[in-house]
Write a protein that binds this ligand. Structure first.
Ligand code: ADP
Length: 410
């Protein structure tokens, strides 16, 4: 029998935050565990510790798991606060290669697994030209903080839906957010955003983004004939996408969320490379076949040196009008896949009729102001996903040296 959730929890009974304290399970500090094959992750709610303190407790957890005598290739120990926000992560073994052009490292043998410090972001290509020349920000686009790519192994899994709701949700939390529809094969944002007959405006040589639902948006769908199929060759697509992103007057943005075309073909690859992407979110559905594609998408980002901030499981269950859930595609597959890849799981978004209707009618804001039972479940799931996203994005920024934790004493 390989590792499972119960075995991991059992092992945690051997872990103590200090020699005098009860074990983390007895002390109610054990929050969550998951395991799949030789991969495990654990969440502990242990309060404020310094970095060596976190790593020491994580080391104990690692030792306790090894003592089970099961093969263990990767362990991720996440420390969370009372709100569930991840405040520290310690990894042992597992695929963490993020250097440019590197393939993900083969999992290390259990006995060799040691804490891994994720490498900092590689230097960017000389080819990334900051637009405007001066004062360009980390993204290479003046005023734009971090570019986040949302990708998927294949179409129809809800990549655009997740990108849009992530953008709207972040904006509702007071972040300044841009949304770039880079799905050049089937731009769906004009519909999902309800852009209707709005036309793009060019001012002083730059496109003005559409300001809707608290988000600044740009979509190639507004610049091409919606009735004509979009057939792009790699270099053409690359040029159009880069131009559209760089020649939009985004202004000051905390995040620019980019909805990439589905798949891991040439076009997705060049688009992901065209911008200084700070992190990627991979969307997949619970079925096994979808996961295989999503693994390829995650590996594509990793090979480009782009940190995968996490995986979102969309359509993880159907919530009916009476609030009952039906797991029509199964559940938990994406979480296990995230574990196999050694990347965070950002959450599970259910299927609701309301989400589909709000997307078709261009009213994403309604997903955040629910009135019925399925809507409330969806809203809670979206907020939980955005919590996890923000936590992982801040961690990634800290690892990249972009921000430092701040301590406020009052
Ligand atoms: P992709 O970008 O991966 O091609 P979309 O985001 O365009 O997929 O979603 C495809 C269709 O599925 C859209 O009509 C969308 O409204 C619907 N959809 C996606 N996710 C959900 C969900 N969780 N609940 C209900 N409908 C959904």
């Amino acid at each position: 029998m390989s590792l499972n959730r119960e075995l991991v929890k059992e092992a945690m009974k051997g872990v103590r935050v200090s020699p005098q304290s009860p074990d983390v399970v007895a002390a109610n500090q054990f929050a969550w565990a998951a395991a799949c094959d030789t991969y495990a992750s654990v969440k502990l709610r242990v309060g404020a510790l310094d970095k060596p303190g976190f790593d020491r407790v994580a080391g104990e957890a690692h030792k306790a798991l090894l003592a089970l005598g099961k093969p263990l290739d990767s362990l991720i120990v996440e420390f969370i606060d009372d709100l569930g926000t991840v405040i520290h992560t310690t990894r042992f073994g597992g695929p963490v290669a993020r250097s440019k052009n590197a393939t993900p490292a083969a999992p290390q043998a259990a006995h060799a697994a040691a804490p891994v410090t994720p490498p900092s972001r590689p230097a960017q290509d000389a080819g990334h030209r900051p637009i405007g020349g001066v004062n360009a920000d980390a993204s290479g686009i003046q005023g734009v903080g971090r570019i986040i790519a949302v990708g998927a192994g294949k179409g129809g899994v809800g990549k655009s839906t997740i990108a849009l709701n992530l953008a709207v949700g972040l904006a509702r939390r007071g972040k300044s957010v841009g949304l770039m529809d880079g799905d050049i094969y089937g731009p769906s944002m004009p519909t999902m955003l309800g852009l209707g007959s709005l036309d793009p405006v060019i001012h002083e040589g730059l496109l003005q983004p559409f300001a809707v639902h608290g988000v600044k948006c740009m979509t190639i769908g507004k610049l091409v004939d919606p009735e004509k199929p979009l057939i792009w060759r790699g270099p053409m697509a690359h040029g159009a996408f880069k131009q559209l992103t760089e020649q939009t007057r985004w202004g000051e943005l905390d995040y620019l969320i980019v909805d990439l075309p589905p798949g891991t073909g040439d076009v997705s690859l060049t688009l992901a490379q065209a911008l200084k992407v700070a992190g990627a979110v991979v969307v997949c559905t619970p079925q096994k076949v979808a996961q295989d594609d999503a693994v390829r998408a995650a590996k594509m980002f990793q090979q480009l040196g782009i940190e995968v901030l996490g995986v979102v499981e969309n359509m993880s269950s159907f919530v009916a009008d009476d609030g009952k859930s039906y797991e029509i595609f199964g559940r938990g597959g994406a979480e296990q896949m995230a574990q196999r890849l050694g990347v965070p799981f950002l959450g599970a978004i259910p299927i609701t009729m309301g989400l589909r209707v709000n997307s078709d009618t261009g009213n994403p804001t309604l997903n955040f102001t629910p009135t019925d039972a399925p809507g409330k479940r969806l809203h809670a799931a979206l907020e939980a996903m955005i919590d996890q996203f923000e936590a992982q994005a801040s961690l990634a920024a800290m690892r990249a040296g972009a921000t430092r934790p701040t301590l406020t004493i009052s």
